[in-house]
Design a binder for this molecule. Structure first.
Ligand SMILES: *[C@@H]1O[C@H](CO)[C@@H](O)[C@H](O)[C@H]1NC(C)=O
Ligand SMILES: *[C@@H]1O[C@H](CO)[C@@H](O)[C@H](O)[C@H]1NC(C)=O
Ligand SMILES: *[C@@H]1O[C@H](CO)[C@@H](O)[C@H](O)[C@H]1NC(C)=O
Ligand SMILES: [Cu+2]
Length: 541
């Protein structure tokens, strides 16, 4: 409790802010969001969908989580929130915390440091697809666009499954090989299939959209309404007109949209998934911009639906602050997306042929516990794909994707400059070439990035956020959970601000030898690896 008070005090010193309190009981809830199938979902306080978290930039969130699921461990991750000074609140099991066991509670405390559109979700197996996810909106009283809109509309899009992930994937991931990626049963627009958004004529709206899906990208458009992109993943952009947008899983956009003068018709909001993911399913969700609720809902012509080729490539967006291209990196790593056979014979995506496997003891705890040794990547264990970063150095990641599939990658704790992304088929990026002059002068920044098949992406960021951050696939299936790497960022600076004895650890003994594996009846749990540093961790907390 003392550490909670100190942490609160420490955070409030930074800026004038409010403290927002939330109590989340994580519970099973019957829900039928698409009207096609009643099922058990994971909800909050006996309701589904889980509530929207919202606050102003600078506010501090105090969120008490109580795990009332009978036999699944949980955690919550706040996607896109930088977790500056609170890397132990990032919610990634095996990286920044131990899981919250059934019946137990954990308190998340963190600051909403950056304005924008975010979301939170379970970060333990694929529970997010079982419903444990919600929107997280950080408003900005000083938004550069505040005079451009009168009201806000917040919408999520997502794929949806009629089976619980534990059933769908089977025990021991028997169904986790790549060929069997489960095709979603339907698509949701704001948690339903008939979302009605009442608008007032002539009113100017900021429309926030987040893809909370587990697997599928979505094309989003509002019929006959021009949209202007002003934010991606929490980064203000220069205004960019768009007929529609494409959101890979976990990506977010804010759009300016002006309501029409007339009320003679209502207009569909359409979100539709990548056709390659299965056209024979319910692949589109339609909601309505309602000008006059007495009018019949109406029909729309599917021909008007946008194709990928008609949608602006997000690499052409320019951040409003025009932050210049970061200097050439002092550390550059090349991560090839590979397909590797795991010990159980299943095939999994991996980086450089190492399947990421979370340690039982979270990597952050190891970084905190190992004093000077924390700068040695070897102590974290090969299966976490460790990279140790020096404080404030410029880091470049080149991700080559030789596969036939597109991938969506997300770096925790940072927004990255996307300095390069080639078209489908362009092949690997050779970093030895002198590309510097070809990179944009003010690259688009975001925290979740699409990688085309047979091509590559280049990312750059400054290692100014001490902590342990995952670079991971944003596809929630076990076959993709191996596609991750761990950045141990400025561990010695980290040790100066946090210590293992001062941070809240969910039930210290849950991290103890063997216990996690037994309690984690969750079949998505991947057998943990032990790191050589373990022994120092079993100190009484
Ligand atoms: C959460 O559950 C606890 C224990 O069952 C109960 O006392 C509390 O009132 C619940 N809180 C909310 C917000 O539902
Ligand atoms: C969409 O759902 C969220 C969360 O349930 C809710 O807060 C928001 O108001 C909904 N948006 C609209 C336009 O109804
Ligand atoms: C695995 O997938 C097959 C084929 O879709 C299905 O018949 C089987 O029930 C699944 N196994 C489990 C445990 O869900
Ligand atoms: Cu995240």
């Amino acid at each position: 409790m003392l550490s909670t008070i100190i942490l609160l005090f420490y955070l409030t010193l930074q800026v004038a802010s409010e403290t927002l309190h939330f109590d989340f009981n994580i519970t099973w809830v019957e829900a039928n969001p698409d009207g096609l199938h009643e099922q058990r979902t994971i909800g909050v306080n006996d309701e589904w969908p889980p509530p929207q978290i919202e606050g102003n930039v600078g506010d501090i969130v105090v969120l008490n989580v109580r795990n009332l699921l009978d036999h699944q461990s949980i955690s919550l991750h706040f996607h896109g929130i930088s977790m500056r000074r609170t890397p132990h609140m990032d919610g990634a099991v095996g990286v920044s915390q131990c899981p919250i066991l059934p019946g137990k509670t954990f308190q998340y405390i963190f600051q909403l440091t950056n304005p924008g559109t975010y979301w939170y979700h379970a970060h333990n197996g694929a529970q997010s697809a079982d419903g444990l996810r919600g929107l997280l909106i950080v408003r900005d009283p000083k938004s550069p666009y505040k005079h451009e809109y009168d009201e806000e509309i917040v919408l999520s899009v997502s794929d949806w499954y009629h089976e619980q992930m534990a059933d769908l994937l089977g025990s021991d991931h028997e169904n986790s090989t790549i060929a069997e990626l489960p095709v979603p049963d339907s698509i949701l627009l704001n948690g339903s299939r008939d979302a009605q958004v009442q608008v007032t004529p002539r009113t100017r709206y900021l429309v926030r959209v987040a893809n909370m899906g587990a697997m599928t990208g979505q094309y989003f458009q509002i019929m006959d309404h021009e949209m202007v992109i002003v934010e991606v993943d929490g980064v203000y952009t220069k205004p960019q007109t768009a007929a529609g947008i494409y959101l890979a899983p976990s990506q977010r956009y804010s759009l300016l949209m002006t309501a029409k003068k007339e009320t003679s018709a209502n207009y569909p909001i359409i979100t539709t998934m990548e056709p390659a993911n299965g056209l024979d399913h319910e692949n589109t969700a339609t909601g309505w911009i309602v000008y006059d609720s007495s009018l019949p809902a109406g029909e729309f012509d599917e021909q008007v639906m946008l194709q990928r080729s008609e949608i602006l490539d997000d690499k052409h967006l320019v951040p409003l602050d025009e932050t210049p291209l970061l200097d050439p990196p002092s550390q550059s790593m090349t991560l090839d997306i590979t397909m590797t056979e795991s010990e159980d014979g299943s095939r999994q995506w991996s980086f450089n042929n190492t399947i990421y496997s979370p340690p039982t003891v979270p990597t952050l705890y190891t970084a905190l516990a190992t004093k000077q040794k924390a700068t040695d990547p070897a102590i974290y264990g090969t299966p976490v794909n460790p990279f140790v970063l020096s404080h404030n150095e410029i880091v470049q990641i080149v991700i080559n994707n030789p596969s036939d599939t597109e991938h969506v990658l997300h770096l925790h704790g940072h927004e990255c400059q996307v300095i390069y992304r080639s078209e489908d088929g362009a092949g690997a990026l050779d970093v030895m070439d002198n590309h510097e002059k070809r990179f944009p002068q003010a690259p688009m920044r975001r925290d979740t990035v699409l990688v085309n098949p047979h091509s590559s992406v280049g990312l750059r960021f400054k290692a100014d956020n001490p902590g342990v951050w995952l670079l991971q696939s944003q596809i929630s299936w076990p076959s993709h959970s191996g596609l991750a790497a761990t950045f141990i960022e400025a561990p010695l600076e980290l040790q100066k601000s946090l210590s293992l004895s001062s941070i809240p650890i969910p039930f210290g003994d849950a991290c103890a030898e063997g216990e996690v594996d037994i309690i984690m009846a969750n079949p998505l749990h991947i057998e943990g690896v032990r790191t050589p540093a373990d022994s120092v961790l079993y100190v009484p907390i």
